[in-house]
Design a protein around this ligand. Structure first.
Ligand SMILES: [Zn+2]
Ligand SMILES: [Zn+2]
Ligand SMILES: [Zn+2]
Length: 225
C-alpha cells in the first residue's frame, strides 16, 4: 500500500493493468483501518434504504402529498445519475503522480481498477458516504425549498444505492436479461479495453450526452451476437 504513492508518473499505467483474482490487497497494517476499507455489497442497501425512507418521511411530515414525493424521488435519482457520471469521469479518473495524489486515487478508485474482482473493495464505504451526505445536502439546499430538500436528497441517495448495487452486480452477477448483459459488457469495456471512455454504470445516457461513448465497433460487437 505504501508503495503505491512512490510509483510517481508510472502509477497511472500500473493501476490500469488489472489483476483478475478474487483476493484483494492489504491496505493497512492495522486491523482496524483495514476493516474499514472492506465493505460487503449488502451493507449498502441495509444501511442506506432506511435513511432514504427517513428523508422521504421528513418531507411528508412537512406537508407534501405522495405524488409530489414520488416526483421528487424520481428527480433526485436523475440528479444522481449525472453526479455518478461526473464523479467517475472527473474525480475517480483524475490523473495523479504525486505521493499523496497516487495514494488517495488508489484508495478512491485505483484499487477497483487494479483489482476489479475484489468484491469487498467495490462499493463505497458507508462511513465515507455519511461524510459526503453533508455537502450533498447543502448543494441540494441551494436549489430547493426547505420542505423539498430532504426528499430530493433521499432520491439522490436512492440513486446512489441503485448505482452501487448495480456496479457490484455487473462485476459478480451473471445477468440473463438483454439490458443487464449489455450493461455488464459496457462496464467491463471500461475496465479492460478503454478506461478513458464509458463512465456511466447504470446507463450510457451521460456518455452519449458528453461524447464519451466507446467507439461504435465495440458497441456493434454486442449487437451482432
Ligand atoms: Zn473507472
Ligand atoms: Zn480508473
Ligand atoms: Zn467496476
Amino acid at each position: 500500500m505504501k508503495m503505491v504513492g512512490h510509483l510517481g508518473e508510472d502509477y497511472q499505467e500500473w493501476v490500469h493493468q488489472p489483476i483478475v483474482s478474487k483476493e484483494g490487497p492489504r491496505f493497512f497494517e492495522s486491523d482496524f483501518w483495514e476493516f474499514l476499507t472492506r465493505t460487503a455489497w449488502w451493507a449498502i442497501p441495509s444501511i442506506w434504504l432506511p435513511v432514504v425512507c427517513w428523508f422521504i418521511s421528513m418531507s411528508y411530515r412537512m406537508g407534501h402529498t405522495p405524488s409530489e414525493l414520488f416526483l421528487m424521488v424520481v428527480f433526485g435519482v436523475f440528479v444522481w445519475t449525472l453526479l455518478e457520471y461526473t464523479l467517475h469521469r472527473f474525480l475517480f479518473h483524475i490523473k495523479t503522480k504525486s505521493y499523496w495524489g497516487n495514494t488517495l486515487h488508489y484508495l478512491l478508485h485505483g484499487c477497483h481498477h487494479k483489482h476489479p474482482m475484489d468484491s469487498l473493495r467495490l462499493v463505497f464505504p458507508p462511513a465515507a458516504t455519511a461524510i459526503l451526505l453533508f455537502p450533498f445536502w447543502n448543494l441540494i439546499k441551494l436549489f430547493a425549498t426547505p420542505s423539498t430538500t430532504p426528499c430530493l436528497v433521499g432520491g439522490g441517495l436512492l440513486g446512489y444505492v441503485m448505482y452501487d448495487v448495480t456496479h457490484h452486480y455487473l462485476h459478480h452477477g451473471q445477468p440473463s436479461g438483454e439490458t443487464a448483459r449489455n450493461l455488464k459488457k459496457y462496464h467491463l469495456n471500461h475496465h479492460f479495453r478503454i478506461q478513458t471512455l464509458g463512465f456511466g454504470i447504470t446507463s450510457s445516457l451521460w456518455d452519449k450526452v458528453f461524447g464519451t461513448l466507446p467507439p461504435p465497433s465495440k458497441v456493434a460487437e454486442k449487437r451482432r451476437r
